[in-house]
Design a protein around this ligand. Structure first.
Ligand SMILES: [Zn+2]
Ligand SMILES: [Zn+2]
Length: 154
């Protein structure tokens, strides 16, 4: 088990989460670009996650994905920072928006997905597996994390 703390941009919502890191990947789809209002989104998937709000409350929006799934998206109601995603059909994983963590220095995406819509100026590392869209099976992203060098895997 690992434990992390983080907060939204304005600081009204602070959280602590414990769990086992299943994977960390970057998604370059247009939806993640729009959600992050930036070049790509990152997702840190935790298994057996226990989430504690230390301060504040989140608001939630159910996102209907193009593939027909529903993701509950939690964010700070004051500043709008997106913090957590939970896919209703994969409740074993809690997805954290890891830019909200207090310590982001260890974040190294183990995979890149939806590279077909990646910003053209972005040079992706050749040694990190990537897919033009979603991988056929998201287990590939977990395998990529397990195969990645690094000392942060839990
Ligand atoms: Zn906030
Ligand atoms: Zn995406």
């Amino acid at each position: 088990m690992q434990q992390f703390e983080g907060s939204c941009q304005c600081g009204q919502v602070r959280y602590r989460v414990s769990g086992r890191v299943a994977t960390l990947f970057a998604c370059h789809c247009r939806d993640c670009q729009r959600q992050s209002a930036s070049a790509f989104g990152m997702a840190l998937w935790l298994r057996d996650a226990e989430l504690t709000l230390l301060q504040g409350v989140t608001a939630s929006w159910p996102r209907h994905t193009p593939s027909g799934r529903i993701t509950d998206c939690q964010f700070c109601p004051q500043c709008g920072s997106r913090l957590f995603h939970q896919n209703r059909d994969t409740p074993q994983f809690l997805s954290i928006k890891p830019g909200s963590l207090d310590d982001t220095g260890w974040l190294r995406p183990a995979a890149h997905i939806w590279t077909q819509s990646a910003q053209p100026w972005l040079a992706l590392p050749a040694e990190v597996p990537s897919w033009p869209q979603n991988p056929d099976d998201f287990a590939a992203l977990i395998a990529a994390w397990q195969a990645a060098p690094g000392d942060c895997r839990g």
